[in-house]
Design a protein around this ligand. Sequence first.
Ligand code: FES
Ligand SMILES: [Fe+2]
Length: 366
Amino acid sequence: MSVLAKTRIFNNTEAIIEGWYWALQSSELKKGKIKHLNLMGKDLAVYRGSDGVVRALSAHCPHMGAHLAEGKVEGNEVRCFFHHWKFDSEGNLNDIPCRDKVGLKVKQPNFPVEEKYGLIWIWTGSEAKRKLPFVPELEDQEVDSTLGTPFVKECHPNVMMINAIDAHHFYSVHNLPVKLFLKPRIIDSNTIQFNNETKMPDTNVLTRFLGKFYAGALTYSMCYFNASSGTVTIGPDFLHFHIMFAIRSTKEGKAEGQTVLITKKRKGVLGKIVNSVLLFATKIVGNYFAAGDTEVFKTIKFNFKHPLAEDHAIIKFIQHAEKQATCDWGYGKVIDENIEEMIEIQNGPIIPKRSEIKVKEEKRNV
Ligand code: FES
Ligand SMILES: [Fe+2]
């Protein structure tokens, strides 16, 4: 059996990879409001202060355990419902109303929060070590975005997300008229991108026509963060579409996702109109991706017993996932390194060169 059938982190619900995870849509949390949130098994009280900034505290009051989301927001602080202890924006206890002086030093754990793309993101730990997921092509540029439809898949986020680099199935399921070769590029220890290197073939009228829109390889690029969320870039040279899949797991091993449609910011009224049309078109593409292969995910029991050379991108992804740091968060625990197994997985399946993959041309209905 392949070593890829016995992974420590990949497809393991108890292995939550440290990172940013989407928590709520921004519109779900108004100024001065506080919400209960269970993020991958961890209870949080998430609130938006009078300054508009969102903060996340560990849910249960350090006095007697009441859920802080039962309390209320005062300015940028939170007062517990039960005995009215008050915590500042960092979680420091600063008021016990029945006393003149607080007299004890207590800090409720708080977690880094960021807000972007219409989503509230929370870091699974006390200190954020990386920036939010991004579109590599638009990194450090201003963007416009809109949210697509949230979805749930009946499989682990890792399994759902490898679908986007399962070049093999693009051909068998989606009748893609070109065989993709997705070459991995490590952006940093947490971020890996796969870029297609093949050109549109010269097989029929349609592919010849489509080929005119690509000077080089057919654009298909997928970039992963935490081996779960990712951004895909597709489209002809003159117009790229960018879709982000923000994904988190559930205790039952499902994937809860939110698509985000992204485009670069365009100025002026015309720019606004162009972007709203583009984002609408991207939404249709994003929903197609998100809805794709739904039936398979309802019943799959992922077990990668016989990896093929054609599965090289998936193999690389699994190797990447196995190197990630896990965290003690909710139902997740820190997964100890099993050096022997890691070496076996990292050295195990051989990643072929593009020229080594034989492309068997078949006539496809497109
Ligand atoms: S339980 Fe929160 S103040 Fe007592
Ligand atoms: Fe698919």
